[in-house]
Design a binder for this molecule. Structure first.
Ligand code: BES
Ligand code: MN
Ligand code: MN
Length: 475
């Protein structure tokens, strides 16, 4: 017998202040995974979510890895019923808050403030990903409170290294294949189309990320004594980096576009029907002139074309005031976003070849690899995706749209390859949530609608008929 959803939805409304307070508690913990000085706090965030899941009635463990711990929690479905088994994924780590001076309130002092949409919660991790992972945790809490049961069998896996390249993820999946087996993985780390229109993401870009240091003289030099006598490593690096992209936005790495597939007509038409507002998208960030490959719309470029971006550059003197110096070396952090069919290994090699071919005589490169992941496409005809659409429609009163995503979530590829099942990407972020940037926020409306959506989707998962599953798996 299906349990009614409405009392769960009512409970979510009544308990919303509690949900906000719990999210604030989690946001106060500075779980910056990339910076080892925050290792204790990162672990504290893992412990916080583990304790919270335990309080809801999950069987929880905090699992050590060579990096930050993984939180794994299990909960049975209704006894005696043949229901799907869903793996829920989110990450409890956050990006560093810098530049600190641009935050209007402390990054780890979560604050409720007015927004054009009502109220928002501001703090590092508000949308990426603590606020989002609480959307499904709160939905579990409400189901348990009202019905003392979850409608499906649930496993939760929460990672603490997503923002630092997930080095422990693949080994962990490999070592725990059986325990993590499920029918589908629900990922809560993506965005909506806009605040009124829910979305399911079916494409993600991949990533190749390197750090390249060009070494020149054996020490920093007085730029008056030596200037004019040798090649300045920073000048040389800038010239080489300047050649990565031409004036039309075309990436110059050898064979870069060889494997990129053209966008199909039906996909192109579907994206056009979404009515993307380019001037609003760029206007919000103070830009009035788009830039990129010609003959492609901005949405097409962000979702379906690869890029090459310099993410950081340093060398010489970067402190206050002036210092007349020629630095001994110069470093750039360079990343390429990849699209379907591009091979991350090949792009990585070709990027190193591009730089190596341009090494100034007598100088040398030092390369670090910060991770590679392929682009992902998720089949859009699964019964789980259909169930999510139904749950979103009943929550928002309008259908969800299928969207691409310019960002990357390497976990989705790892789940496909190692555990052998697909993911379902349902998220409640907005483009202007300032992910990875100062004053990151999550709209309280998105938080509440996200919780209600997950409650409704859980209900829809339980309604997936065995026939639908049989026909899906035979396809
Ligand atoms: N939540 C993001 C991914 C994302 C980006 C979703 C944009 C929706 C829109 C995730 O936490 C993230 O930042 N991913 C990194 C991956 C990298 C560290 C391997 C990214 O895309 O840069
Ligand atoms: Mn994220
Ligand atoms: Mn992120």
């Amino acid at each position: 017998m299906p349990l009614p959803l409405q009392p769960v939805i009512d409970h979510i409304e009544q308990d919303f202040d509690g949900a906000i307070q719990r999210l604030q508690d989690l946001l106060r913990i500075p779980s910056i995974s990339t910076d080892p000085t925050f290792n204790d706090q990162t672990r504290a965030a893992a412990q916080w979510v583990a304790d919270d899941l335990k309080g809801i009635g999950f069987d929880v463990s905090l699992r050590d890895t060579p990096g930050h711990p993984m939180v794994v929690a299990h909960h049975d479905g209704p006894t005696g019923e043949d229901v799907p088994h869903i793996l829920y994924y989110g990450h409890y780590d956050v990006q560093p808050p810098d530049p600190m001076e641009l935050w209007e309130t402390g990054p780890f002092e979560p604050t409720i403030a007015d927004s054009p949409h009502g109220k928002k919660i501001v703090g590092r991790g508000a949308v990426d990903d603590k606020g989002q992972l609480m959307t499904f945790i709160e939905a579990f809490r409400a189901w348990k409170k009202v019905h003392d049961a979850l409608p499906v069998k649930v496993t939760v896996m929460l990672e603490g290294e997503e923002e630092s390249g997930s080095p422990s993820l693949d080994p962990f999946l490999n070592e725990n294949k059986e325990e993590l087996a499920a029918d589908v993985c629900v990922v809560c780390d993506t965005a909506m189309w806009n605040i009124d229109t829910p979305a399911i993401t079916y494409m993600l870009r991949g990533l190749v990320y390197i750090e390249a240091t060009l070494h020149g003289p054996n020490c920093d030099l007085h730029s008056g004594v030596y200037g004019g006598s040798l090649r300045n490593p920073i000048n040389a690096l800038c010239k080489i980096l300047g050649e990565l992209i031409d004036d039309d936005g075309v990436v110059q790495i050898p064979d870069f576009y060889d494997d990129v597939l053209p966008l199909g007509d039906s996909e192109k038409a579907q994206w056009e029907s979404l009515g993307f507002d380019e001037s609003a998208f760029l206007g919000e960030i103070g830009i009035n002139t788009p830039f990129g490959e010609k003959g492609q719309s901005t949405l097409q470029r962000v979702w379906s074309r690869p890029t090459c971006d310099i993410n950081g550059i340093h060398g010489g003197y970067i402190g206050e005031g002036a210092k007349t110096v020629i630095g001994a070396h110069a470093t750039a952090k360079i990343s390429c976003r990849l699209v379907a069919n591009q091979d991350p290994g090949t792009i990585h090699e070709n990027l190193l070849a591009f730089l190596t071919q341009r090494t100034p005589k007598g100088y040398r490169w030092e390369f670090k690899n910060h991770g590679t992941s392929p682009a992902i496409r998720i089949p859009t005809d699964s019964p789980y995706l259909e169930a999510a659409k139904e749950g979103l429609k009943e929550t928002y009163g309008r259908p969800a749209v299928l969207i691409g995503c310019g960002g990357s979530i390497p976990l989705v590829g790892s789940i496909q390859q190692i555990l052998g099942f697909e993911s379902l990407l349902v998220g409640f972020g907005l483009d202007d949530d300032r992910m990875h940037s100062p004053n990151e926020k999550f709209e309280l409306r998105c938080l509440q609608m996200g919780i209600k959506s997950h409650a409704a989707i859980l209900n829809r998962f339980a309604m997936i008929s065995q026939e639908a599953l049989a026909s899906a798996s035979s396809m």
